[in-house]
Design a protein around this ligand. Structure first.
Ligand SMILES: [Zn+2]
Length: 460
């Protein structure tokens, strides 16, 4: 069977495609796609796309686009300079491990690598590192590095100050705390973040992405053929030339108070658009989050002991009531600000969707998953979160269709299901690249439900 470049999901041959996948070799985006990242490993050459380092008014050093960029376009491919030792360690253990790894690397690193390290931003500058905080110097060092990553050339020479003592542990710790990241691996079947695979790492160029609670880049992580960890950054949305590229350093669906508390590790208080919208109603948000949390705990207790459908329906009602308060509070804001504000409660809508699905109230579940999908697309566009909610929404619709007798199905059910799949596939491509067949390959198990539902629609 010939598999064209066009999206596989635009036609009805889902079943045939699923069969064909087992034997067909995957066509690769040059050495870089989901299949490469997560199975055999990629042959990694560093890559810098349409990206430049610049000094930004009031924000220090950052990365900007050097031309207009389309959502999903590859921006950066970079191998970690150092990583923590144990996979799945909690952040509290990963940071000291990564600090130790950096101390060891510094002991034998070339001068240009040491220069990159010392010119990273740290919260506290110990004596001996102050000269390295000069903005023009940092800019020159990173411009040279990006140039080397791009074409392997040496770039313009930079006059460096004296190197600090490599044993300045406090300064190393401070730089690691402000610049390290935890890699993310998402389980294809559960669509959950697999914390057992997480590693702390330091990536020089990616350290220049400043933070926003509404990111416009999306990051994923994979392994090179020789088992080194690679960061892949893509544009999360369409971008104009000279736009600053920003990543979210913390879990995006918490309240402004919680996000700002976590950001203290990085030594700043976020005042992005989203934080500015949320801050005046922070106290109300905290109370609503507590209220919702109580209802979700009773949901999880009920699921744990396999409660009756009638009990589940009751829990659905209580979560619904708590979320109605969220929506009423949001009405104090302008219509454009309301979704930004509601995004801190995505987890509540998720809980409602799960409870309603368990109770067999599919229409409410579909509406709640739709809210999760819209909010995730708004504040974490092209992220795994967006992809996950597209999949959960469409899967819920498939279950709704399967629970309805064929004769009573709405006429457009098959069209709606396919549209949902198309959107999930687009989100997958923006996050991972690689095209429709990679989406099919990754989501194979989950797609069985859709296949059954589409067949069910065909018998009406
Ligand atoms: Zn913010």
């Amino acid at each position: 069977m010939q598999l064209g470049a066009r999206s596989a999901l635009h036609d009805d041959r889902v079943a045939a495609l699923l069969t064909a996948l087992a034997s067909a070799p995957l066509k690769r985006e040059p050495d870089l796609d989901w299949a490469g990242l997560y199975s055999s490993g990629i042959q990694c050459s560093p890559y810098v796309g349409p990206v430049e380092a610049r000094l930004l008014e009031g924000r220090g050093l950052g990365l900007v686009t050097s031309r207009p960029v389309q959502a999903g376009e590859l921006l950066l491919l970079e191998e970690a300079w150092a990583t923590s030792r144990s996979c799945g360690a909690a952040s509290s253990a990963a940071l000291p491990e990564l600090t130790e790894a950096c101390m060891q690397k510094l002991a034998s690193a070339q001068i240009n690598e040491q220069a990159l390290f010392w010119s990273l931003h740290g919260q506290a500058s110990a004596s001996g590192t102050k000269a390295w905080q000069n903005p023009q110097l940092r800019l020159a060092i990173f411009q040279k590095y990006l140039c080397q990553m791009n074409d392997g050339s040496e770039g313009t020479d930079v006059k460096l100050p004296a190197l600090p003592d490599r044993q300045l542990r406090n300064s190393v710790t401070s730089i690691v705390a402000s610049n390290s990241r935890r890699s993310e691996t998402w389980n294809s079947l559960t669509l959950l973040l697999d914390e057992t695979q997480a590693l702390g790492g330091l990536w020089f160029a990616a350290s220049l992405f400043n933070h926003s609670c509404c990111a416009n880049v999306t990051l994923s992580y994979g392994w090179s053929k020789d088992r080194r960890i690679i960061l892949v950054a893509r544009a999360a949305v369409d971008l104009a030339q000279d736009e600053e590229l920003m990543d979210t350093y913390v879990y995006p669906f918490e309240t402004v108070v919680e996000r700002r508390r976590r950001l203290q590790t990085y030594g700043f208080c976020c005042s992005c658009n989203r934080c500015s919208v949320e801050a005046p109603l922070a106290a109300e948000a905290g109370k609503l989050a507590d209220l919702l949390e109580v209802e979700l705990q009773s949901l999880s207790a009920l699921r744990g002991r396999g409660g009756k459908a009638s009990e589940m329906t009751e829990v659905v009602g209580r979560i619904r009531k708590a979320l109605n308060k969220v929506c009423t509070t949001a009405q104090q804001l302008s219509p454009s600000e309301q979704p930004l504000w509601r995004a801190q409660f995505v987890w509540g809508f998720h809980g409602l969707a799960m409870a309603a699905q368990d109770a067999g109230i599919f229409q409410q579940a579909v509406e709640a998953f739709q809210t999760c999908t819209d909010l995730a697309a708004l504040i974490a566009p092209s992220s795994e979160y967006e992809l996950k909610y597209h999949m959960m929404l469409t899967q819920c619709r498939a279950r709704q269709a399967l629970s309805t007798p064929p004769r009573s199905l709405a006429k457009d059910t098959a069209t709606v299901l396919k549209e949902g799949l198309r959107r999930a596939e687009e989100a997958h491509n923006r996050h991972y690249g690689g095209g429709g067949r990679h989406f099919l390959s990754r989501m194979q198990k989950r797609l069985q439900d859709f296949h059954a539902a589409l067949r069910h629609c065909a018998t009406r």
